[in-house]
Design a protein around this ligand. Structure first.
Ligand code: NAP
Length: 317
C-alpha cells in the first residue's frame, strides 16, 4: 500500500481551520497543510478546495485528486489554472438531508400560505384561508440528481404530485420523469411549484428566465406558480424573476442563491411580500461530517480502489 499522502487545504473565502482540525483528527498520520503553507509541495497528494486562490494548486507535482468542499463545482470546473487530476464532488447524506429540509420547508411555506398568516398575525387578524391538499399541487424538481431525487421523494411522501427533469432519462419511483430539451415544456406545463436544483453549467446558466417562467402551469390549485431556487444564483435571470413577481407570472419565490452574493442591498427582492430570501444557507458543508467521506476516499484510493463522485469536467458537473 502507498504512503499516506499529505493534504493541502485551500478553502478560499471559507475558514480553513475547521477543515484542518477535522482532517488532523481523522488522519493523524497525514501531514495537513493550509494554504499558503507549501513547505513540502512534493508530499501533497490531495487538495481540499473551495474557490482556491489562483496559485494554490499549480505546483503540486504529485497531486492525485482535488476534493471539492461543496456539492456545486462550478467554481472549480470553470477554472483553467487547475491541474488535470480527478476532481471529486461532495455527495453525502448530511448535505442531501440539509437540502431536503430547506426544500420541504419552502414548499410548505408557499403551499400553506405561511407568509399571509404572518401578515395576519402582525395585524392580530384571525382568518382561516382556503387550503388545497398536497395531492392537488404539482411540484417540479428541475434537476433530479442526488439532491433533487431525495427532496422530491420526501415531497411525494407528503402527498404532492412530483415530477422531475434531468439531462438524461431517469426512472424514479413516485416521480414522473422528464428529460432533455424536449421534456422541458411538458414538465413545466404540469408544474405549480418549481424547485431548481441544477448545477451551474454553460447549458443551465440563465435557464430560470421569463420564457421558462411563462411555461409554468397557471391553472393550479395555488392560483399561480412559485419558484424555489436552491441550486446556484447564475441559474436565474434576476430581472426576469423580479418582473414575474411584479406581474403575477409568479405568485411567490424562495431564493437561497444569487449572482453575485450577497444579494445587493438595493435589490427589490428583499422587500417583496411573498419572497423568502436565505443567505446561501440551504445546505451548508459541515467540515466534521464531510471530511469523514473525503478521508474514506483517500484510504480507498490508497488501497487501489477507484474514486467515486467524480466530476466530468467537459459536462461541467
Ligand atoms: N444552496 C446550497 O446550499 C447548495 C448546497 C449544495 C448544492 N447546491 C447546488 O445543487 C446542485 C445540485 O446538486 P446535486 O448533488 O443534486 O447534483 P447532481 O447529483 O450532479 O445532479 C444534477 C442534476 O441536474 C441535471 N442536469 C445537469 N445539467 C442539466 C441540463 N443541461 N439539463 C437538464 N438537467 C441537467 C442532472 O441530469 P442527469 O441526472 O441526467 O445527469 C442531474 O439530474 C449543485 O450543483 C449545487 O450547485 C446548492
Amino acid at each position: 500500500m502507498a504512503e499516506p499522502g499529505a493534504v493541502l487545504i485551500a478553502s478560499g473565502p471559507w475558514d480553513p481551520a475547521p477543515w484542518a482540525a477535522a482532517m488532523r483528527r481523522l488522519a493523524p498520520e497525514r501531514a495537513v497543510h493550509v494554504w499558503p503553507d507549501l513547505s513540502d509541495p512534493g508530499a501533497i497528494r490531495y487538495a481540499l478546495a473551495w474557490r482556491p486562490p489562483a496559485e494554490a494548486l499549480k505546483r503540486l507535482p504529485n497531486l492525485a485528486a482535488i476534493f471539492s468542499l461543496g456539492a456545486g463545482v462550478d467554481g472549480l470546473v470553470e477554472r483553467t489554472d487547475l491541474p488535470d487530476v480527478p476532481l471529486v464532488r461532495v455527495v453525502d447524506p448530511d448535505l442531501t438531508e440539509r437540502m431536503a429540509e430547506w426544500v420541504v420547508l419552502q414548499v410548505l411555506m408557499h403551499h400553506r400560505r405561511q407568509r399571509t398568516y404572518d401578515r395576519q398575525q402582525a395585524a392580530h387578524r384571525w382568518h382561516e384561508l382556503a387550503q388545497p391538499p398536497a395531492r392537488a399541487v404539482r411540484v417540479g424538481m428541475l434537476g433530479l440528481g442526488h439532491l433533487g431525487r431525495h427532496a422530491g421523494g420526501i415531497l411525494a411522501a407528503l402527498g404532492f404530485s412530483v415530477a422531475g427533469w434531468s439531462r438524461t432519462a431517469k426512472a424514479v419511483a413516485g416521480i414522473a420523469c422528464f428529460h432533455g430539451p424536449e421534456g422541458l415544456e411538458p414538465f413545466l406545463a404540469r408544474t405549480d411549484i418549481l424547485v431548481a436544483l441544477l448545477p451551474l453549467t454553460p447549458q443551465t446558466r440563465g435557464i430560470l428566465d421569463a420564457r421558462l417562467i411563462g411555461g409554468l402551469a397557471r391553472d393550479g390549485a395555488l392560483g399561480g406558480p412559485v419558484l424555489i431556487n436552491g441550486g446556484r444564483g447564475g441559474l436565474q435571470v434576476e430581472a426576469d424573476v423580479v418582473a414575474a413577481l411584479r406581474s403575477g407570472a409568479l405568485i411567490g419565490a424562495s431564493l437561497d442563491v444569487f449572482e453575485p452574493e450577497p444579494l445587493a442591498a438595493g435589490s427589490p427582492l428583499w422587500d417583496m411580500a411573498d419572497v423568502i430570501i436565505t443567505p446561501h444557507a440551504a445546505a451548508g458543508s459541515d467540515p466534521e461530517t464531510l471530511s469523514r467521506g473525503i478521508h474514506r476516499q483517500m484510504l480507498e484510493l490508497e488501497a487501489g480502489m477507484p474514486l467515486r463522485n467524480l466530476v466530468d469536467r467537459r459536462r461541467g458537473y
